[in-house]
Design a protein around this ligand. Structure first.
Ligand code: ADP
Ligand code: TRP
Length: 342
């Protein structure tokens, strides 16, 4: 019997900030696990980031840094097709074709655009104030990312599910018009169950997020990591008093981040906090040690990949070549189907 062809799993990563612990636990690790069961295609969505990142140096930096992060965290470019979106010009040609089969009404209803309008109206501004066409057309480009690689499943966070549904809709419109000649595969969103199903808290106890400026960046040098952990706010409960571990972001980060090999450290720490006799300072030392042990090998790999001319360049160049081959096949069929080429 011949081997069944593996299903394609594709996801895009928008390079808009310095990766943090929440991203590693909530997005990177689950996506890497999923990659093992699929023909996986992961890419850096740099042109999507351009809708918001206006500083060219910063965009270049984030794109490289996010790519290096995924490789440092374990992405294996021999198993996963890994590339930067802007290295695949076929995407942008198909983007035009797909805009021509996409209803404007569909874009009007997209969550991100609607949220921007609602914010404007609430603030008494013009509804479209500050909305660029990139933000408006964002779902079409994302649909193209997905469709051009013939994706079956798209692992995304909940906020992105509508975009994947849009990709299915847009594929449907194309298939309806040109299906006799070429049909896109209809993709499906999958929302990975995040490890423990929890959201990692940030330094202030709210969800760890760039937007709250409360993150632990993944690749801080050791001394900066130590300083950051020390600065996590705590109350003034005396060392000898019992403490509630579940009410402390320091403990929660420790519990969610610690690997199985540190399970007894976590259990012991919980007990000592509950009994009294362990101060916040000591708890922070425990957290720092666990973080540093886990992150040091990643940081070393990341630093090496970030060097100009590192092997990351070769990986991404090879990835782009593979991606262009896949995309080129689809684009050739589409050009024929719509009447641009013979
Ligand atoms: P941020 O909130 O910092 O802007 P993003 O929205 O860019 O992060 O998130 C990218 C991915 O990382 C998302 O898929 C999300 O599920 C995951 N993620 C971000 N923050 C956390 C967190 N605190 N806990 C768990 N997962 C997270
Ligand atoms: N819009 C996604 C986000 O903000 C990033 C993205 C771009 C993407 N293209 C994609 C995700 C294709 C999945 C598939 O996170």
């Amino acid at each position: 019997m011949s081997q069944p062809v593996a299903k394609v799993s594709l996801t895009g990563i928008k390079p808009t900030g310095e990766p943090h612990l929440g991203n590693l636990i909530g997005a990177i690790r689950p996506a890497l696990q999923l990659a093992e069961q699929y023909d996986s295609v992961y890419f850096i969505a740099d042109y999507h980031a351009l809708t918001t990142v206006r500083d060219p140096e910063l965009l270049r930096h984030y794109s490289r840094s996010v790519a290096a992060t995924w490789v440092a965290a374990g992405l294996d470019p021999r198993r996963t097709t890994f590339y930067v979106q802007s290295d695949v010009p076929e995407i942008f040609e198909l983007n035009w074709v797909m805009s021509c089969v996409t209803g404007k009404g569909l874009m009007n209803r997209a969550h991100a655009y609607k949220a921007a309008r609602d914010r404007n109206v609430e603030a008494g501004e013009e509804p479209d104030a500050g909305v660029n066409m990139g933000l408006y057309n964002y779902p079409v480009l994302m649909a193209v990312d997905i469709l051009i690689m013939e994706s079956d499943v798209v692992p995304v966070g909940r906020d992105q599910v509508q975009h994947v549904e849009y990709a299915a809709d847009i594929a449907g419109s194309f298939n309806h018009l040109y299906g006799k000649s070429y049909s896109f595969k209809i993709p499906k969103a999958v929302v990975p169950e995040v490890g423990t199903g929890q959201t990692l808290p940030g330094l202030d106890g709210r969800k760890m997020s760039k937007s709250y400026d409360n993150t632990i960046p993944l690749f801080l040098p050791e001394n900066k990591l130590k300083k950051l952990v020390r600065r996590i706010p705590t109350d003034s409960t005396p060392v000898e008093d019992p403490k509630d571990p579940d009410g402390s972001p320091v403990f929660q980060i420790l519990e969610q981040f610690a690997p199985p090999s540190a399970a007894d450290v976590v259990a012991d720490t919980r007990k000592r906090l509950e009994q009294g006799g362990m101060g916040w300072g000591e708890l922070k030392n425990v957290l720092f040690e666990v973080l540093n042990t886990e992150l040091t090998p990643l940081r070393e790999r990341y630093d090496a990949l970030m060097e100009p001319g590192s092997e990351l360049d070769t990986m991404l160049a090879e990835g782009a070549e593979q991606a262009r081959e896949r995309a080129g096949r689809v684009l050739t069929s589409v050009r024929k189907a719509v009447g641009i080429s013979k």
